[in-house]
Design a protein around this ligand. Structure first.
Ligand code: NQM
Length: 371
């Protein structure tokens, strides 16, 4: 399968991310061949991804591979692939809860799951982590309706709600076994409620936690501290060498400013998220509920109920999370997202034989024409 005749693909927004959704059968079965094809489809490596579907940011350079599940407890299998923007890398080492929001509607649109008359629930096995999710969304008259009145921070306008429930996970919430660890001289809480995340008080890194993502990304000494913490945390969290990996994420914590529980700035892991990932927020919310964690004294948790409002650079994300206080076991996590089909059709990958084009040519014909 070279892709020269094109590949069936649906471009969808899932939560605050965007990516190509594919049936597994429409892609090569061999992971190396599949990844090489996806790089050409997304236009990587290239900081602008000018020759592909990617949007020149990790949040818009994502792929969902979906198939019928052989597991009797799941309807479909979902494999998430992060396609790097400016390096030739595709990784399955992380999951993505935003792209997950489009998986149920996509499965119905592709005929993998029959739609209910009013709404449909799709049981999803997430192959990256082995965890499960159930997505419920409106299907009036047996068809997916992407329109609706649900709004989420970071996305203009409204769309149909996708309610995602995560049952109790099997892995430990605290991968190091501790509510607090000291890494590179900084007290952190390492947590995993679907996404490995290191919680760090912003003040410990001499920032306020209210800066813009751009300002934080430009802070070279902050980047160095974060990298040092991340590499050490990777080993402590049992993830091994995370030098080239996209996990763990790093979330800076500061007191809330808009009525929520906490302010966050999340590094994924180098770029700073313009909002926050779904599973990232689920991990933050669960981590704040851990007695003795670094969120104590920073977060303002509601006195009752499971809802935690996680503030981020473009608004907030609400997560329902129930943590058993004694055992630090997460019993249930749920979020509301929206997703939307943007186009459905055939994507034509860049040719495999194309040689890299020099950025500037003598005489600069292309560049000067563009100016
Ligand atoms: O944490 C970005 C995103 C994500 C991941 C990232 C996500 C999640 O916003 O569930 O959704 O952390 O790389 O798409």
């Amino acid at each position: 399968m070279t892709g020269s005749d094109g590949v069936r693909c649906m471009l969808m927004r899932g939560g605050t991310s965007k990516g190509g959704y594919f049936l597994a059968d429409d892609l090569p079965a061999d992971p190396a061949e599949r990844d090489a094809l996806l790089l050409r489809i997304m236009g990587s490596p290239d900081p602008r991804q000018i020759d592909g579907l990617g949007g020149a940011h990790p949040l818009t350079s994502k792929v969902a591979v979906v198939s019928r599940s052989a597991d009797p407890d799941a309807d479909v299998d979902y494999l998430f692939l992060q396609v790097a923007v400016d390096t030739p890398e595709v990784t399955d080492r992380q999951n993505c809860g935003n792209i997950l929001a489009g998986v149920g509607p996509f499965a119905v649109e592709r005929g993998l799951v029959a739609a209910g008359d009013d709404e449909t629930s799709v049981r999803i096995r997430m192959l990256n982590t082995g965890e499960r999710a159930v997505a419920t969304f409106p299907t009036p008259g047996g068809r997916v309706d992407h329109t609706g009145t649900a709004g989420i921070s970071g996305v203009p306008g409204t769309a149909a709600p996708v309610v995602i429930e995560f049952p109790q996970g099997e892995g430990p919430l605290l991968p190091t076994g501790n509510a607090r660890d000291t890494i590179a001289g900084t007290e952190v809480t390492c947590v995993d409620n679907g996404m490995p995340v290191v919680l760090i008080p912003a003040a410990a890194l001499k920032v306020t936690g209210y800066e813009t993502p751009k300002d934080l990304e430009e802070d070279v000494s902050l980047a160095e501290r974060l990298k040092e913490i991340r590499l050490a945390a990777g080993h402590l969290m049992g993830l091994g060498d995370v030098e080239g990996a996209t996990v763990p994420k790093l979330t800076l914590l500061a007191p809330p400013r808009h009525g929520g529980a906490v302010t966050t700035r999340t590094f994924i892991p180098v770029r700073c998220h313009t909002s926050i990932g779904v599973l990232g927020a689920a991990s933050v919310a669960a981590g704040l509920r851990v007695p003795g964690g670094v969120g104590e004294g920073i977060a303002r948790l509601p006195g009752s109920g499971d809802r935690v409002r996680v503030e981020h650079p473009t608004g907030f994300l609400e997560v329902d999370v129930h943590v058993d206080p004694g055992s630090a076991v997460v019993r249930r996590t749920a979020v509301v997202r929206t997703a939307r089909k943007i186009f459905d059709g055939t994507v034509f990958p860049r040719s495999a034989e194309t040689a890299p084009i020099p950025a500037q040519r003598p005489g600069g014909t292309h560049d000067s024409a563009a100016r």
